[in-house]
Write a protein that binds this ligand. Structure first.
Ligand code: HEC
Length: 695
């Protein structure tokens, strides 16, 4: 009997074509996710558990990349922001688009196999007003796809059918939190955190769920709660000693909205923690203190969620310098010694190499323009802050600003060149808390208020610049740098073929030589790119896949810096484009860039006092989607150019009755008619300003 079965299996194997995806299906588990040598699949957010985004595929290489052409494409007319890293498992691609809609497509042809829509607006209630639509990716484990929705659900889908297997609500629905990040899976557990901190009191945490059932396995809080309620664990007791005042009333912050990396060697998970809630430490922890574990890498036992070690990049954070950026694992040799390294380039502009066996800092150097600190003291591991950086007198220009020197667009590490490819931003921030007395500040309730003035005014398009930087993590030095357009460029992919791929704000996908930064190939895709490219192989052909869809916080709150490219709301369709050598498919034409033209209404008399009041309503309720001072970056319509803003009845239908709610425009219960009228005056004032500026 046994022999017969084996014979049968052999016979079947011989009859099968010699195609990689027709071989035994890949069991996506820790062994598969830890295997850096296989290249046909892209199994996790950062490809493997190590999050290097380095593919061993080399069919497409520095010698032939010029022959790259479109193999197939898929238009996604319902989608807007596309920021996801697609996964590829045995010839099927899984990716999510706007509002966590997930799709499975045949990765060779682009044929849609299934779609899943979590119908975010049906469950979001008041949270609709803080929901951006982008989502950075799904996770895959043993035949299931995991997607986290903006309104806070973690959903397990059957990879074959797209049917929901289980769903868990990951935070209290009454809280002003959201999810934009990708879950990670390891040891039969799915890990997810959330974003928040700008719209109300938020206390950060991550939760691990049983991958098969959705039952909660463990939760780790990143900042202490009210000591009077007792501490969850020793780590929280330790952390509480570094806080002052009544921080728990403001939540404290430290949300884990992006970087999380599982380390198969130590069976630990490293989480990157966020900024304070609020950003401004004068309100949050008025007597100072390090405020653990804000802006830190925290190592946790993967099975229990227990604290192991931490390294804090920004003690006493007050600039939104979160440490949520990606966490990359690599074996490096530094001063002739092997180092189990963890690499991290957070917003604060320093590149950190940490020995992950101990959590000890190995080295840290600035990789861009930084002036909040003059360096990192290697004996204490602490930054040396400059005087004035904490806007002690109420206002200060500080490098970098809240967008950081590096944001979530992923860096990649090439094992051959030993270089890390970082999408870098060069931009200062204006920190101003004069408008409110820090002592009298209260946490907002579903209103944007980080404790510093933001979104009422806009800067010029060239307030920020950007570049792709190739960084040597061993020498801690820049090896090459290529300027990139605007400020908001996508994450990178690097390959054994000696290449670095990066999508850019101007809509180009570019392949660079990994060793020199020389441009070897590029193509215009007609719309700003914000998602990182991935690569995979089917039947002996290597493919490069790129989601094309302007997205991320810069596209909502970047103002002129984002608007300069002409990716106006609704102007260009979103798509997935896949390339291969000698690809001959053609792409449907993209509409040209569109720039908002503010409307002029000669009859509308702007009352300055109302406009000023409107600027505060704007900052609290509208600016996070429609842009600073009314300059939209593409995520939502530019209201200076909207006829609805000039029509009271239509405006009430949109803002109070929720006429466009299903399309992402929330309805507001706590904005009064007077507030809305003030916003009209504010928008007309800003529209008029632009008219004065345009020749
Ligand atoms: C969470 C993001 C978000 C917030 C916050 C938000 N909006 Fe919107 N808004 C949108 C999106 C997205 C659309 C486009 C919907 C569509 O496709 O029709 C929109 C559309 C509109 C429109 C219609 C524009 C037109 O010409 O079609 C108006 C008017 C508007 N918003 C006003 C406001 C005002 C006033 C506020 C603040 C009180 C506000 N919005 C807050 C996302 C937002």
């Amino acid at each position: 009997m046994r022999e017969l079965m084996i014979r049968g299996a052999l016979a079947a194997a011989i009859l099968l074509p010699l195609a990689s995806h027709a071989a035994a299906p890949t069991v996506v588990d820790d062994a598969a996710l830890g295997d850096q040598t296989q290249g046909h699949n892209w199994l996790g957010y950062g490809r493997t558990h190590h999050e290097q985004r380095f593919s061993p595929l080399d069919q497409v290489n520095a010698g032939n990349v010029g022959k790259l052409g479109v193999a197939w494409s898929l238009d996604l007319p319902e989608d807007r922001s596309l920021t996801a890293t697609p996964l590829v498992v045995d010839g099927v691609m899984y990716f999510n688009g706007s509002y966590a809609r997930t799709r499975a497509v045949d990765a060779k042809t682009g044929k849609i196999l299934w779609e899943h829509d979590p119908k975010v607006f049906e469950t979001a209630e008041d949270r609709a007003r803080i929901l951006w639509d982008w989502n950075r990716g799904v996770a895959y484990w043993k035949g299931m796809v995991y997607v986290a929705t903006p309104d806070g659900r973690l959903i397990a889908l059957d990879a074959k059918s797209g049917q929901e297997v289980w769903a868990a609500q990951t935070f209290e629905p009454s809280k002003p939190l959201f999810i934009s990040g990708a879950p990670r899976v390891f040891r039969d557990k799915v890990l997810i955190g959330n974003g928040g901190t700008e719209w109300g009191a938020a206390r950060g945490f991550v939760t691990a769920y049983d991958a098969a059932t959705g039952k909660q396995a463990w939760r780790f809080w990143t900042v202490p709660g009210n000591p009077a309620d007792g501490f969850e664990n020793k780590a929280m007791e330790m952390a509480a000693k570094t806080w002052t005042g009544e921080w728990w009333k403001f939540g404290g912050g430290g949300t884990v909205w992006h970087g999380m990396t599982y380390d198969p060697e130590f069976n630990r998970v490293y989480i990157g923690t966020g900024n304070g809630s609020p950003w401004n430490q004068k309100m949050r922890s008025p007597g100072g203190g390090d405020n653990l574990f804000l802006c830190s890498i925290v190592a946790l036992d993967a099975d229990t969620g227990e604290y192991v070690w931490h390294y804090q990049t920004v003690p006493g954070e007050t600039w939104d310098y979160n440490s949520n950026m990606d966490i990359v694992l690599a074996d490096l040799v530094i001063e002739d010694k092997p180092v189990k390294a963890l690499m991290h380039a957070p917003k604060n502009g320093y590149f950190y190499v940490i020995d992950r066996s101990t959590g000890k800092l190995v080295s840290a150097k600035p990789f861009g323009k930084v002036d909040w600190a003059t360096g990192i003291d290697m004996t204490t591991g602490r930054p040396i802050e400059r005087e004035g950086a904490r806007y002690e007198d109420g206002e200060e220009i500080v490098w970098p600003g809240p967008f950081g020197t590096h944001n979530w667009p992923a860096m990649s590490f090439n094992q051959d060149t030993g270089l890390v490819y970082i999408p870098s931003i060069e931009m200062a921030g204006v920190y101003n808390d004069k408008y409110t007395k820090p002592q009298a500040w209260k946490s907002p309730d579903f209103k944007f208020d980080p404790g510093v003035d933001f979104l009422r005014a806009d800067g010029p398009a060239d307030w920020g610049s950007s570049s792709l930087r190739a960084w040597d993590p061993v020498q801690q030095k820049l090896v090459w740098e290529v300027p990139t357009p605007g400020v908001w460029n996508a994450g990178t992919l690097t390959t054994k073929g000696g290449l670095v791929f990066q999508g850019r704000a101007d809509g180009k996908l570019v392949a660079y030589a990994a060793d020199t930064g020389k441009v070897l190939w590029d193509i215009s895709l007609g719309l700003g790119i914000s998602a990182p490219a991935v690569t995979y192989a089917i039947d002996g052909t290597q493919y490069i896949a790129q989601l094309v869809g302007w997205g991320g916080s810069m596209t909502a709150t970047g103002g002129n810096m984002a608007a300069q490219h002409g990716w106006s709301y609704g102007a260009q369709p979103r798509r997935l484009v896949v390339f291969a050598l000698d690809g001959k498919a053609s792409l449907p034409k993209m509409p040209a860039p569109v720039f908002a033209k503010p409307l002029h209404d000669a009859e509308f008399v702007v009352f300055e006092e109302l406009a000023e009041r409107g600027s505060f309503v704007w900052k609290e309720s509208c600016g996070m989607c429609h842009g600073p001072a009314g300059t939209a970056g593409g995520f939502a319509p530019d209201l200076r150019a909207s006829a609805v803003m000039l029509d009271k009845k239509a405006l009430h239908q949109v803002v109070f009755d929720g006429a466009l709610r299903a399309r992402g425009m929330p309805n507001f219960k706590d904005v009064s008619e007077g507030d809305l009228e003030a916003v009209q005056h504010f928008i007309r004032r800003e529209a008029h300003k632009q008219q004065l500026n345009t020749p």
